[in-house]
Design a protein around this ligand. Structure first.
Ligand code: ADP
Ligand code: MG
Length: 674
């Protein structure tokens, strides 16, 4: 007796040799077979007459075979079988290639359905290698599977039929309650409908159920991995100092900033520690929100930490926050890898004695030997630049500590929902007033001279410019390197202009002084690598030129572009690319078309697919069989909610009604390293 655990080779008609073909599709047992879903469907229910069909249309024709099959061998390996059909009104000539089995099965005067492309001219109609079935099979919708060479879609379907007929009812994974609440059909029905739908509705119902289950499984697995046990808050905040903080700012907050800050403060006052993500496009003013939240926590007597992914950014945060908080009595400190050992010791001792209230730094500040007296809140800026591991380390820094992560857009909404499934999310969807839209252009290097002139004009007006290169030094032909290009420009086009060079290979002190000179406006044109990608804020910079733009991901380009348009002057982003690849040009045009980072990230995800999205697959997400990260975002939201509900009653999924679901999670995550 066949069951879901049976090896594929024990299904009638499979055997050892065929089993290997199934194996190559990732199918080893009956369970993986029935979860191997059709790639698409062909609808054979809406038949047309030959007369109704258009030339070259893919159609289904109901017709009677009116001549016997004529066989002709063209050459070795190519045999044609020809026969004629009539739909009662018109004739259609059919040619079958090599398929002796099919040709021999056809009977004259029997009725058939012919499915395929029809070619018509004035006098006759013909079909070449159509799919042919008896007209009375009762199957309207034909599933199509991703086949491999020797294993056709039809063969898979046949094995599927046998398996589903023999295994009996498929065990349910979801409770009645969940099925009712989310309007889902049973798993047994869903599996049967997905392979053998009677009509469109069956497919829709089956997909709804299976997509829901897949995303739910994914969410549960991630939530379990993250150990989302809600602890008691150890650092409850009793007074809200937002109003006092707002007085310090030189501007008034946008409504979106106020809302995000309010959501954070509500968290801080709640029973559980805050664990929240602020997603806001570049330039939306996340730093001010972070500062406000830190202010309240510190005024309540705790320490706060702000972690940035690069020294440059940490330094910039340190400087602007120190200035903002000057006179409030809040004591700030900076801790990065390049801080001198003696200074580090000093900072650490101040910290443990509670004499620093706000520590700003790179990931140096989560190292083991950094101890706080009463750390209440850790904020991570530009979260996407930190690995999953660092985030976990952070969470371990203190039990019941409040955490806030901030990210711009490289993560599309959908992936964000998954990756940060354990976090509450605030979205800042509004830019501060007075921002000018950035004009983006895509050009090739034949525009260089005009571009240089354009830059000089801007600099002469007192503005500044970034020129980004994909590499530090010369390595590949045709790829601009920051070092060489900076030399070339300072001796050539920008002779007499103050030009700076910034890249990751410089010593921290050098980086710092270059950046400072740019911030102060001494350096007018900064040739840099993507080290300036995150965070840096120089509102006077109005031009961003990106060389070899095709080499960057869309989200990265968007981040880079976010460095300009931060003040009230009109800003320009120029993407320079000599690539003639259509894909590259399309991607760059996406940048011209869209300014909304979420939109760009979604496009990026579509173009690259979730697997590639993070480059090194570091996101650690399992492959999905039926759900789509972009299209099924609504379901994703529902399942996120549902997963939390399930875990709140049964965190380890030990209750009998959750056992099967638990198995599915193990199966989905068995190859995932986290
Ligand atoms: P991001 O969200 O990219 O981190 P920042 O926090 O660096 O953005 O803010 C970008 C710029 O906008 C900064 O110069 C900041 O001072 C300014 N800014 C932030 N909020 C406002 C606001 N409400 N009104 C005007 N300017 C603002
Ligand atoms: Mg920022």
């Amino acid at each position: 007796m066949l069951n879901v655990n049976s090896n594929i080779q024990f299904i009638k008609g499979v055997g050892e040799k065929r089993a290997r073909l199934f194996n190559s599709l990732g199918i080893f047992d009956v369970d993986s077979l029935i979860h191997f879903y059709p790639r698409k469907y062909e609808d054979w229910s809406k038949t047309k007459t030959v007369k109704e069909a258009l030339d070259n249309e893919v159609v289904c024709i109901r017709a009677t075979m009116i001549t016997p099959v004529k066989e002709s061998m063209i050459r070795k390996g190519l045999t044609l079988y020809k026969c004629r059909f009539s739909d009662g009104e018109s004739i259609v000539d059919v040619t079958i290639f090599n398929n002796k089995y099919l040709a021999k099965s056809l009977r004259i005067y029997d009725d058939y359905l012919l499915f395929g492309k029809i070619e018509k001219n004035f006098t006759k109609a013909s079909m070449s290698a159509p799919k042919i079935e008896k007209s009375d099979t009762g199957i309207n919708i034909h599933p199509i599977y991703s086949a491999t060479g020797k294993l056709t879609s039809k063969a898979i379907l046949k094995v599927m039929r046998t398996a589903l007929d023999e295994i009996g009812e498929i065990e349910e994974t979801l409770t009645e309650e969940i099925k009712n609440k989310y309007n889902l059909i049973s798993l047994d029905k869903a599996i049967r409908y997905i392979h053998f739908p009677r009509d469109e509705k069956d497919i829709v119902d089956a997909r709804n159920r299976l997509i829901f289950e897949e995303l739910l499984t994914l969410q549960l697995g991630l939530l379990k991995l993250k150990g989302n046990k809600k602890r008691q808050s150890a650092y409850k905040i009793t007074s809200d100092y937002t109003d006092e903080f707002i007085q310090l700012l030189p501007f008034s907050l946008t409504n979106a900033q106020k809302k995000a800050m309010k959501e954070c403060i509500d968290d801080l006052e709640g029973e559980h520690p805050m664990s929240r993500l602020i997603q806001g496009d570049v330039g939306s003013g996340k730093t001010a929100v972070a500062a406000g939240v830190l202010y309240t926590v510190i005024k309540n007597g705790y320490q706060g930490a702000l972690m940035a992914p690069t020294e440059i950014l940490a330094k910039q945060h340190y400087e602007s926050l120190s200035k903002l908080l000057d006179g409030t009595g809040i004591r700030t400190g900076l801790l990065t890898g390049s801080v001198k050992a003696s200074e580090k010791r000093e900072i650490k001792s101040l910290l443990i004695n509670g004499e620093i209230d706000l520590l700003i730094g790179t990931h140096a500040l989560i190292q083991n030997d950094v101890e706080f007296k009463r750390l209440g809140l850790v904020i991570t800026d530009e979260q996407h630049r930190f690995g999953v591991k660092q985030r976990a380390e952070l969470a371990n820094k203190g039990d019941g500590i409040h955490t806030l992560v901030m990210s711009a857009t490289p993560i599309p909404r959908t992936l964000g929902l998954i990756l940060y499934g354990d976090l509450d999310i605030s979205i800042i969807d509004e830019l501060p007033p007075g921002r000018q839209e950035i004009r983006t252009d895509v050009v090739n290097s034949s525009y260089n001279n005009r571009l240089y002139k354009f830059i000089k004009n801007a600099v002469d007006r007192g503005e500044q410019c970034y020129i980004i290169c994909p590499a530090v030094d010369e390595n590949e032909l045709g790829v601009k390197s920051a070092e060489q290009y900076a030399d070339e420009l300072s001796e050539g086009a920008f002779n007499g202009y103050n030009l700076g060079l910034l890249h990751g290979k410089l010593k921290p002190k050098e980086k710092e002084s270059v950046m400072k000179a740019f911030v102060d406006g001494d350096i007018k044109i900064l040739v840099a690598t993507t080290v300036v990608e995150v965070g840096v804020d120089v509102p006077n910079a109005t031009i961003m030129v990106i060389e070899n733009a095709e080499r960057f991901g869309l989200s990265q380009l968007h981040q880079l572009r976010g460095r300009i348009g931060r003040g009230n002057k009109k800003s320009y982003c120029v993407l320079v690319s000599d690539s003639e690849s259509e894909n590259a040009q399309n991607r760059l045009m996406t940048m011209k078309r869209y300014t909304d980072g979420f939109k760009i990230a979604d496009e990026d995800l579509k173009i690259r697919g979730p697997g590639d999205f993070f480059g090194e697959k570091q996101h650690g997400l399992p492959d999905l069989k039926i759900a789509d990260m972009v299209d099924d975002v609504e379901t994703l939201r529902l399942t996120q909610h549902c997963a939390k509900e399930i875990l709140s009653n049964d965190f380890n999924l030990e209750h009998s009604e959750n056992k099967n679901l638990s198995k599915r999670i193990d199966l989905m995550f068995k190859n995932i390293e986290y």
